[in-house]
Design a protein around this ligand. Structure first.
Ligand SMILES: Nc1ncnc2c1ncn2[C@@H]1O[C@H](COP(=O)(O)OP(=O)(O)OP(=O)(O)O)[C@@H](O)[C@H]1O
Ligand SMILES: [Mg+2]
Length: 356
């Protein structure tokens, strides 16, 4: 097939990994004395050229592949190119629906693509909207509110500790160690900080204290495969850090030069719990109408019941096994190497679009 690969690449000179002076990207309000170190997390969601190359090479084993950067010229390029299918890993450019941009263009052009449609991508990028939908379907998810300003905290009745995050970011953007909040004063500061820094409301949710898992899924309808479950081991983090998979944990403490044994895959689970986790992940995948692939983050509550944290219909896929990346890790445990994993996603998508 003629396959176009749509992507957004991290600017090389602005590696998103590392500590920057605060004023450059994330504004702090010194009057509120936020003690948070601020990191250059602006491009955290975008892919490195290494990842894009690796995806291209995987698909090129069997297909003709053309790269199309997901920028303002993408529509005209895709229109002229008319590939048989697009392999979409683009995070998009601006706004809370940015992941929906390329799929929306492709729907307009009537070109098939891998992954979920604009509605699902935009919904899942908004973590509070996702939780509202899951609540309707009685899927366990931590109690929550959304807040843009201090007035929105009137009548606040969640139990501390809580986690506070911008409603629409991924790759732990805006989720720092200091997003684990134990009292109302800290919470107020953080609501203002998040709004000033990310220009969007915060999702505030009760902290789920149990084990954390992430579940990679490939397929559609009755032909959907749950890959081996990954567990996140918080005991690998320094004791001074909150037990969350924060920006610091993901990008600063766990480095290629000094990798943490942060994942166990397959997770060690008794049969009953494993069944519950697989079942809530699959139900969530179908309720949100995920297509072809997704990764679903889950954590146990105080009663040991699995709760959905969030859904990633464009999962991270770092190619080097030394980099901790959950989807490729789960695929390897299933028996797929990186190339097989990506070609499987393309295959299930092509099948869904009746191209094969
Ligand atoms: N309600 C919660 N209770 C306990 N821990 C939580 C909760 N919400 C988030 N966390 C912790 O914070 C981490 C990051 O949260 P979340 O998955 O929402 O962020 P993300 O940036 O979208 O992640 P990803 O990199 O998977 O896109 C989780 O992996 C988990 O460790
Ligand atoms: Mg997550």
């Amino acid at each position: 097939m003629n396959v176009a690969l749509t992507y957004n690449v991290k600017p090389e000179e602005e590696s998103s990994i590392g500590i920057l002076s605060s004023s450059q990207h994330v504004s702090t309000d010194s009057d509120l004395s936020i003690s948070t170190a601020t990191y250059n997390d602006i491009y955290a969601e975008w892919d490195s050229s290494e990842t894009i190359e690796a995806v291209r090479n995987a698909l090129a084993l069997y297909h003709n592949v053309t790269l199309v950067e997901a920028n303002e010229t993408a529509f005209e390029k895709l229109k002229a190119l008319r590939p048989d299918i697009v392999f979409n890993i683009a995070e998009g450019l601006n706004g809370l629906s940015r992941e929906a941009q390329i799929p929306a263009m492709l729907d307009m052009l009537n070109i098939p693509y891998t992954g979920s449609d604009p509605l699902t991508l935009a919904t899942c990028l908004d973590k509070s909207r996702t939780k509202e939908i899951l609540s309707y379907y009685k899927i366990n998810t931590a109690r929550f509110i959304t807040a843009s300003n201090l007035d929105d905290l009137n009548g606040f009745n969640l139990s501390f500790p809580v986690i506070i995050k911008p409603i629409g970011e991924g790759s732990s953007k805006g989720i720092f160690d200091s997003s684990f909040i134990e009292n109302e004063d800290e919470l107020k500061k953080r609501v203002v900080f998040n709004y000033n820094s990310y220009g969007q409301p915060s999702l505030i949710e009760e902290f789920l204290p149990g084990r954390e898992f992430t579940v990679a899924i490939i397929g559609n309808g009755n032909d959907t495969t749950v890959l081996p479950i990954v567990e996140i081991n918080f005991n690998q983090l320094p004791e001074t850090m909150a037990p969350i998979y924060s920006y610091e944990a993901k990008w600063i403490v766990d480095r290629r030069e000094n990798p943490l044994e942060i994942f166990t895959c397959p997770a060690k689970l008794d049969e009953k719990l494993e069944k519950k986790i697989r079942s809530i992940a699959l139900r969530t995948y179908h309720i949100l109408r995920c297509k072809d692939w997704s990764r679903i983050d889950i954590r146990l509550d105080a009663h040991g019941e699995p709760n959905i944290i969030e859904v990633n219909p464009l999962p991270g896929i770092l190619p080097d096994p030394k980099d901790n990346s959950c989807f490729p890790k789960a695929a390897r445990a299933y028996g797929f190497d990186y190339n097989q994993m990506l070609n499987k996603v393309l295959y299930v998508s092509a099948k869904r679009h009746k191209l094969i």
